[in-house]
Design a protein around this ligand. Structure first.
Ligand code: ADP
Ligand code: ADP
Ligand code: ZN
Length: 216
């Protein structure tokens, strides 16, 4: 099964994708994570993306489409994939359709995660991640069981994203509304769109997503 998790920054896409990956063996494809890895490696692509990401603006479609196209072609994606943070523009959605058709692949579900705008900034500003295994946490909503120690791998190293601040969130929300929200009618028209309540507690959101996927 191949799905898209669609929602604004901080909606909980990464959190839910990690759980689906762990439970169902699907592969999480986060374009944000891929770009941050490219920035960290100092590659040409990373250099092009860094300034835009720090400012909360989208990176060019051609660059992202190339990244995803290579990744979807890897053998592990045959188990099914979860697109997290892609597509984010109509041009990306059209490019995705083309690469799926070329690969004989199907898009089974697009899951919209609906969250109040006020909650998003609070989620993003309190977000941190294990530097070793990538598990996501939150200052108020998901603290590690032992303070300062990752539940999953025991690491004591955590990172916070430079773009996770209230100021950059404004630009990111503007980009979401202008460029990504139009994808909702795009997928609704094809009958693949389902909406879950992203304001619910993490376990409940997960339950709703599993219910939606069970019906696919
Ligand atoms: P996205 O990938 O959509 O940007 P994340 O999954 O990284 O969002 O979630 C953003 C922050 O909000 C993280 O710190 C995460 O722990 C927290 N979070 C995720 N889902 C919920 C939820 N249902 N309730 C409260 N906090 C949540
Ligand atoms: P969030 O879910 O919190 O918005 P992501 O980790 O998905 O954050 O993305 C971080 C940044 O990476 C975005 O603000 C943007 O600059 C860039 N980015 C990620 N995915 C895409 C994409 N599909 N198209 C364009 N830019 C992207
Ligand atoms: Zn860890």
């Amino acid at each position: 099964m191949n799905i898209i998790l669609l929602g604004p920054p901080g909606a909980g896409k990464g959190t839910q994708a990690q759980r689906l990956q762990a439970d169902l063996g699907m592969v999480q494809l986060s374009t944000g994570d891929m770009l941050r890895a490219a920035v960290a490696s100092g590659s040409e692509l990373g250099k092009q993306a860094k300034g835009l990401m720090d400012a909360g603006q989208l990176v060019p479609d051609a660059l992202i489409v190339g990244l995803i196209k290579d990744r979807i072609a890897q053998p592990d994606c045959a188990k099914g994939f979860i697109l997290d943070g892609f597509p984010r523009t109509e041009a990306q959605a059209v490019a995705l359709d083309k690469m799926l058709a070329e690969g004989g692949l199907k898009l089974d579900r697009v899951v919209e995660m609906e969250v109040d705008e006020k909650a998003l900034t609070e989620r993003v500003v309190g977000r941190f991640t294990c530097a070793k295994c990538g598990t996501g946490y939150h200052d108020s909503f998901k603290r590690p069981k032992v303070d300062g120690v990752c539940d999953v791998c025991g690491s004591k190293d955590f990172t916070r994203r430079k773009d996770d601040n209230a100021e950059t969130m404004k630009t990111r929300m503007t980009a979401y509304r202008a460029q990504t929200e139009p994808l909702l009618p795009y997928y609704r028209a094809r009958g693949v769109l389902k909406t879950v309540d992203g304001m619910a507690a993490m376990d409940e959101v997960y339950r709703q997503i599993r219910a939606v996927l069970a019906g696919a």
